[in-house]
Write a protein that binds this ligand. Sequence first.
Ligand code: UDX
Length: 436
Amino acid sequence: MKIAMVGSGYVGLVSGACFADFGHDVICIDKDPAKIESLQAGIMPIYEPGLAELVTGNAKSGRLSFTTDLAAGIAGAAAIFIAVGTPSRRGDGHADLSYVYAVAEEVGQALKNDAVVVTKSTVPVGTGDEVERILTEAAPGVRFAVASNPEFLREGAAIADFKHPDRIVIGTEDEWARGILTEVYRPLFLNKAPILFTSRRTSELIKYAANAFLAVKITFINEMADLCEKVGADVQDVSRGIGMDGRIGSKFLHAGPGYGGSCFPKDTLALLKTAEDYEAPTRIVEAVVAVNDSRKRAMGRKVIEALGGTDAARGKKVAMLGLTFKPNTDDMRDSPSIAIALALADAGIEVAAYDPEGMALAGPLMPEVTMADSTYAAIEGADAVVIVTEWDAFRALDFDRIKRIAKAPVLVDLRNVYNPAEVRAKGFAYSSVGRP
Ligand code: UDX
């Protein structure tokens, strides 16, 4: 089946490459000529493990191609996916749907054959109705249906998540569209991926509800971590203790510096806006957004405390290890590291940082930070080392070397990577999140 993927960002590119790997004939479309040219040359616009091999392999075998020409790209496609960005709109936090609607308009004008237009971008409830209206106006006389098919893949594990999803959600009331999307996903049913058919509006909401619920889980355990610190309990054991309850589940209960990334921050905000518009406020999500926002800066204060408080910390140097919002990505969007670095700079602390993949994108976002060439170059002369992102490269630090090159053996572990007793036994002043 020919599939057109409009938008070759994280979701579009990974989905397109995986569909091609399943044997479909896929064309990825993007209006950015530089991106398309580099994809044609086998250069990936993002860092995602395994993606380069998947893209180049499928391109070589002729199942995956790239173009900037939308009209030519969608010709003959039975399914046209819209996978363009829906960032937070400046000023009010609503999802910015201008890219989605512009694509719908362009698709409508170019559409010559029957096709199902599928929104994969994360879009608020009712967006499918508007896409349908735009297409009806722009493409009279062509048979089409508009379906919703949210994507749940995580950055850093995108290919595995796409190929082995917990579920596939398809929102359409149209039998014909259902048949086509069943064909699109057939290779995954064979892998026993459950498929849930719902109405289009329900499907649109499922994506926001899923992300908001996960954000609630993380924020809940983060607040428990704060409480653990006050009462002398261990949040990791609390996570295990509650996670073993099948009704709660053990995942997404890892306390840390607060969630970031391209999805949770913008999707929780957009959900609040939808809830407000429909006069059905979601107070829990409101609290989550506020708590998570203030948490990032609070992590800066934690570091200042480890340096002996505000007065002692002024003029000292901190090494930040990890800048991306999580490991195995170069994505810096809403990363807690940004707020932490600012809080430290505000307190008159000098910051040097190292990240295995995030330096290029981080640099312009944090001009106050000196970017180091390696982990130990960042640590050289530091009064404290802070683990912000749990990259594997920071899981086996050479503590003897740190003691030699740093000014003081102080480690603030915001991801609870290390065992407190072991690090203290090596002579470090060690603090972490929610552990005695
Ligand atoms: C998320 C959703 O998981 C995915 O289904 C959706 O499609 C897009 O948004 P992603 O943003 O790639 O994926 O990252 P994820 O692994 O979910 O982590 C998000 C943030 O939560 C990160 O900042 C991470 O560090 C944080 N997190 C996650 C925690 O602090 N604790 C946890 O237990 C889990």
